[in-house]
Write a new protein. Structure first.
Length: 445
């Protein structure tokens, strides 16, 4: 498959850049030609940029595109950036993952929530504070009520998932039953490594001496990527466990609550990095198994959680690029949390505009003679206006996400009236159960 777009020598106008919303992290500037000193004959100046090299699908360990490739050229106004002047559908068609077809957002989404829930491993990632843990608990609650055996996996987090469903919080390295068909497990690299050594050595006495050894403690703390590799490897181990005597999988679905964006990428990158670094041997084979699971579109989906605001949206786009092109993960759904519902529409918006003009002008209203009533009306107006502006601002970010993300986008409503964390999880689970597809015109059905 030819991944290089045809030559295009048109200048990159502002309209061209706006037509390609995926171009959120452009190179640091156009290539400047290397200058030749007429006296010495030596050259100086920057070499060609390597920006967007990660966009080229390639096998692990390959050298990537040649320097003459259009993806590595960066001439001002020329084909240096393959996205400039190219429609989004063309870019998506050139970088389609196996098993995860991409269609235009104007058509049917490539992956829907039902398809995501049919996989075995559901990974949730996003900026810290966007509600990944609450969403993981809600998805687990919804799946458990449908009869699926669900395991919530906390990946090196502080152990908040049990507390969301009414159980004592804090990290625990044993499976905690939270509800019928729903359990939780905290996973980190150190505990995963210790469990692995116990299985391999088969001697509690020997492993206890090893764990107490200062050399072992030093090795675990300084070995690059070891804890991340063992933590992600635990997911592979859990996915392959079966019920005794039946051969059936112990759990139907694993919902993995990843840490914040940067740490999540570090965890998910380690299996592929180990495969590329260690060309053969035991660690290479074990890491390859984990990488195969993460990149299998039949078993795994990489889902992004965000908020309709500037920084979370930018991190969501960055995570989408890294997950799809660098880590080569099967992309699932985009969950947009805390979306304010449309406050006014149609006739109600016209009435609101008239009421606003009436209050601001302080016309001869019966309430005008009562200062407290007028003040209360102004406060109510300010509250309504603030909510309306908030929705308008969120709509701008929602529109940006619709242009880029090819799969289903789910709006999760802002729920300020929940009485407890568990009631919040249950309400959000109801919203997920009733979730429907995003419309191309931005209207929610």
């Amino acid at each position: 498959m030819d991944v290089h777009p045809p030559e295009d020598t048109r200048p990159a106008s502002k309209e061209d850049r706006r037509a390609n919303p995926i171009l959120l992290f452009p190179p640091h500037g156009p290539r400047r030609d290397r200058k030749t000193n007429p006296r010495s004959g030596t050259t100086s100046g920057p070499t060609r940029e390597k920006a967007f090299r990660f966009l080229t699908p390639r096998a692990p360990g390959s050298e990537g595109p040649s320097r003459s490739s259009p993806l590595c050229q960066s001439q001002k106004g020329g084909p240096g950036n393959p996205l400039v002047g190219r429609p989004l559908e063309h870019f998506q068609s050139q970088h389609t993952l196996a098993g995860s077809p991409v269609t235009s957002q104007r058509g049917k989404p490539s992956v829907t929530l039902d398809e995501v829930l049919s996989r075995r491993v559901l990974i949730l990632a996003g900026k810290g504070g966007v509600g990944k843990s609450v969403l993981a608990a809600a998805l687990g609650w919804m799946g458990a009520r449908e009869g699926k055996r669900i395991l919530l996996v906390e990946m090196d987090t502080v152990g908040t998932l049990p507390g969301l469903l009414g159980s004592p919080g804090g990290p625990t390295y044993a499976e905690i039953p939270l509800a019928p068909n729903l359990s939780c497990l905290h996973v980190d690299g150190r505990s995963g490594l210790e469990e692995y050594l116990q299985i391999v050595l088969k001697s509690k006495r020997l492993t206890a001496r090893i764990f107490r050894s200062p050399l072992y403690q030093y090795f675990v703390n300084v070995a690059p990527g070891l804890k991340e590799l063992m933590a992600v490897g635990k997911i592979w181990d859990l996915e392959h466990r079966t019920l005794p005597g039946t051969g059936r999988p112990r759990y139907d679905l694993f919902i993995v609550d990843m840490p914040a964006t940067g740490h999540a990428v570090s965890y998910l990158r380690m299996p592929m990095a180990a495969v590329e670094t260690l060309k053969k041997g035991f660690v290479h084979r074990e890491a390859q198994k984990v990488a195969d699971l993460l990149q299998d579109p039949r078993k795994t989906s990489f889902n992004i959680v965000t908020l309709p605001s500037e920084m979370p949206v930018n991190e969501a786009f960055e995570l989408y690029e890294k997950g799809r092109f660098e880590l080569r993960l099967p992309i699932g759904c985009l969950f947009v949390n805390q979306v304010a519902p449309p406050f006014f529409s149609g006739e109600s918006l016209e009435r609101f505009t008239q009421w606003k003009a009436h209050v601001e002008a302080e016309t001869d209203s019966p309430k005008a003679v009562l200062p407290r009533a007028v003040q209360s009306e102004r406060e109510l107006l300010a509250c309504a206006e603030s909510w309306r502006k908030r929705r308008e601002l969120q709509e701008k970010y929602l529109e940006r996400m619709r242009k880029v993300f090819p799969n289903q986008i789910l709006h999760l409503p802002y729920l300020p009236w929940a009485d407890s964390p568990r009631s919040l999880v249950e309400k959000l689970a109801e919203c997920l159960a009733a979730a429907s597809l995003e419309r191309p015109n931005g209207k929610e059905p």
